[in-house]
Design a protein around this ligand. Structure first.
Ligand code: 2HG
Ligand code: ZN
Length: 475
């Protein structure tokens, strides 16, 4: 670890105010390791600006002193996207103190929100105003808006409302030289040249640091129905999805698949999570329908489609949520898969997407290939099957050495990715590239695509100070 030059230390302390700069090793520790404990970095200091102006000044000072900047929100990246490298040269800038929901406008149906507001707090604020922020991910209690946008998070409602990108009307970001780019316009139509805000969404902090956003909200649903269903496999889950889509596509709010193996880990390793079905099944679907209208029409729809699915043999058992408490209990069974897999030992995540039609083939082929590669491996897929995103996760064999398992991560990732590629999919559906998957970029986004990304990067960040080592493989 290097230390801060005294002039920079003084200037940063002044710019960030009391409690705004952490230099003590133990204070910095939580910011130097990722959620999964895969990456352990070092930093010159951790900055916690409370405003855009303080953040911009910190970045400007870093640019002047040639100090790299690593933006960090709730530190929930699955790919090491917010962890500094081991050189110890970088300043980590944490957005958590920029945490105000500034405004909610019920006519525009918009929310002005600072980067450090957790996704859950933003959802709650929208709900309290009688509206809905239609973005939901498992880590929403900790994940912050800035990071959510920087990774273009997807999650459970993409099937209906799209990814984070689709919800952003306006944006403010600090550029690598400390300038503030202000495109905070809440307009549905605004064709005035390049849509610069979109450049920052999904750029994983490599072009600038998002400080504020204007998000598009939706009316709050007045009726919601959820059902947990037992299915034979992904093919059955997709047939059930088609049944809902062909009957009333606009009602589907979420459509999630969980393999029996992954659900069993949740059921056994997560306290307070218990499966309400009488028997374990090879696969499960959590389907949620929502409507801005009151009344029993949604319940009728759920019963009608599930009734037909029973007759057609697509569903062997199902429970409909009879209360909000039960609906939330179903969601707990879905949202705890990452945590359950963490408790089960070392795991390798493959956050992939393929066309819906290819999902069954993908799961069958990838399962066989991984089981042949590592006997005893626990193949535990789950995910957002309604939008084609499967978390094809691989958990170490029971009792095996976790470190030795992780040492073979590239073998497993490449095996899965090879099949994904043949089926026309993507090696990163929603978690991003971070530092974990940079090595895959040339094979997947090589040629003109990676070249154009590099040109944009060097035009916006010629000194390469923003989030080095992320997205782009080392030259
Ligand atoms: C989810 O869908 C998250 O729950 C985490 O994207 C996925 O743990 C994972 O691989
Ligand atoms: Zn996910």
């Amino acid at each position: 670890m290097t230390s801060l030059p005294p002039a920079l230390l003084d200037a940063l302390t002044k710019a960030l105010g009391p409690g705004g700069l952490l230099t003590d090793a133990s204070d910095m520790t939580p910011y130097l390791t990722d959620w999964r404990s895969l990456f352990h970095g070092k930093a010159v200091a951790v900055a916690r600006p409370a405003s855009t102006a303080a953040c911009a000044e910190a970045v400007r000072l870093c640019a002047k002193h040639n100090v790299p900047v690593v933006p960090q929100g709730g530190n929930t990246s699955m790919v090491g996207g917010a962890t500094p490298d081991e050189t110890g040269h970088a300043l980590v800038i944490v957005t958590s103190r920029m945490n105000r929901v500034r405004e909610i406008d019920p006519i525009d149906n918009t929310m002005v929100v600072e980067a450090g507001v957790t996704l859950k707090a933003a959802q709650d604020a929208a709900t309290a105003a009688g509206l809905m922020l239609p973005l939901s991910i498992s880590s929403e209690g900790s994940a912050e808006i800035g990071g959510v946008l920087a990774t273009n998070a997807g999650g459970n409602n993409t099937v209906r409302y799209g990814n984070a990108r689709e919800l952003v009307l306006g944006l403010e970001a600090v550029l690598p030289d400390g300038q503030v780019l202000d495109v905070m316009r809440r307009l549905r139509k605004d064709n005035t040249g390049y849509a610069l805000r979109q450049l920052f969404i999904g750029s994983e902090g490599t072009l600038g640091l998002i400080t504020t956003a204007i998000l598009q909200l939706q009316p709050k649903p007045k009726s919601v129905e959820a059902a947990l269903c037992a299915v034979a496999d992904a093919k059955g889950a997709l047939a059930l999805f088609s049944a809902f889509r062909n009957t009333e596509p606009s009602a589907i709010q979420a459509f999630e698949f969980m393999s029996g193996l992954s659900m069993n880990l949740v059921n056994t390793l997560i306290p307070d999570a218990s499966l309400p079905l009488s028997e374990a099944a090879p696969g499960y679907v959590l389907v949620e329908l929502a409507s801005p209208r009151e009344g029993g029409a949604l319940r009728d729809l759920m019963e009608e489609v599930l009734g037909r699915a029973f007759e057609d043999g697509l569903v062997s058992d199902a429970v409909l949520a009879e209360s909000e408490t039960q609906r939330l209990a179903f969601w707990k069974l879905r949202e705890e898969h990452a945590e359950a897999q963490k408790r089960a030992g070392a795991s390798v995540k493959n956050d992939v997407s393929v066309p819906l039609s290819a999902i069954p083939t993908f799961i069958d082929r990838a399962t066989a290939a991984c089981e042949a590669l590592i006997p005893g491996i626990r193949v535990a897929p789950f995910g957002h099957i309604g939008d084609g995103n499967i978390h094809f996760n691989l958990v170490q064999p029971e009792g095996a050495d976790g470190k030795a398992f992780l040492a073979r991560d590239h073998e497993m990732m490449d095996t899965v990715a090879g099949i994904v590629k043949e089926l026309g999919g993507s090696f990163s559906a929603e978690h991003g590239v971070g530092q974990l998957k940079t090595y895959m970029m040339p094979g997947w986004r090589g040629g003109a695509e990676l070249d154009m990304m590099r040109r944009i990067k060097s035009a916006v960040d010629p000194e390469g100070i923003m989030n080095p080592g992320k997205i782009f493989p080392a030259a």
